[in-house]
Ligand binder design. Structure first.
Ligand code: ATP
Length: 236
């Protein structure tokens, strides 16, 4: 498999305080990869550094063979990385339809791009609520809208920070089903979430981040078989 995203020796600081100390990771086309680790270990900072929301102080990020570190978040988005941020951040005073249309573009020049009709077909619940305002939606609907909105940009890589945070178990399962379907259709996915048992089932590979460093990386099979890792790094 060819590397879609290659992060090498990434270091990121918040002022004088260093949060990342040389993070390296790769994602191949079509892979689903997770970032795991306890709170405050650097997962969100890693994602923000990849998508250009924070400028890394050292290291490189290559996407589809091109250096993207140092580019603006907008340029990185246009290169084909779509972020579903923690807390969804959908527009509360725009309707579902307006939220989706506001983001539309075919960044990856896909032969069969995501359109409003396709997003509504994929998320029938959103179709029913298309005239509702963003702030009238449940948490699950908001997360589907946040994912649908990113799909409307036709990304090569979908990144989700806390993919199912605050969602009820049934809704969480809907999100997992939807991410699995997107990945099976060929979309590469990088995600942060804490439901390791599910992630071992649906994702291919995992990185455990501890105090700004990658402390372990491996396949779902390896992580699933090593409960000591769960206990040591994830507090489970
Ligand atoms: P969580 O699940 O709690 O979001 P995380 O693994 O995503 O955890 P980060 O949010 O990346 O962790 O935080 C990594 C480190 O950077 C922590 O020590 C945190 O306190 C620090 N940090 C995060 N955001 C900022 C900020 N805006 N200013 C200063 N320090 C920050």
């Amino acid at each position: 498999m060819s590397a879609l995203l290659e992060v090498e020796a990434l270091e990121t600081c918040y002022g004088a305080s260093q949060a990342l100390f040389g993070i390296s990771l790769t994602i191949a086309a079509g892979e689903m990869v997770t970032l795991l680790g306890r709170n405050g270990m650097g997962k969100t900072t890693t994602i923000k550094s990849i998508v250009g929301l924070i400028a890394p102080s050292a290291g490189t990020v290559r996407f589809r063979g091109e250096r993207i570190d140092g580019l603006s978040a907008d340029r990185i988005g246009r290169a084909g990385i779509g972020l579903v941020p923690e807390g969804r951040q959908i527009f509360p005073n725009l309707s579902v339809r307006e939220n989706l249309v506001a983001w539309a573009s075919n960044r990856s020049a896909a032969a069969e791009p995501w359109t409003l009709a396709r997003v509504f077909e994929f998320f029938p619940g959103l179709a029913e609520r298309q005239q509702h305002m963003g702030n009238q939606l449940s948490g699950g609907e908001q997360q589907m809208l946040a994912i649908g909105r990113v799909l409307m940009t036709n990304p090569h890589l979908l990144i989700l920070d806390e993919a199912t945070e605050g969602l009820a178990p049934l809704v969480r399962n809907e999100i997992w089903t939807c991410l699995t379907a997107l990945n099976k259709a060929g979309l590469a996915i990088l995600l942060i979430d804490k439901y390791v048992r599910t992630l071992v089932r649906i994702a291919h590979r995992h990185y455990i981040i501890e105090r700004g460093r990658v402390h372990w990386q491996g396949s779902s099979e390896q992580l699933g078989a090593d409960q000591a890792l769960w206990h040591r790094y994830l507090g489970l």
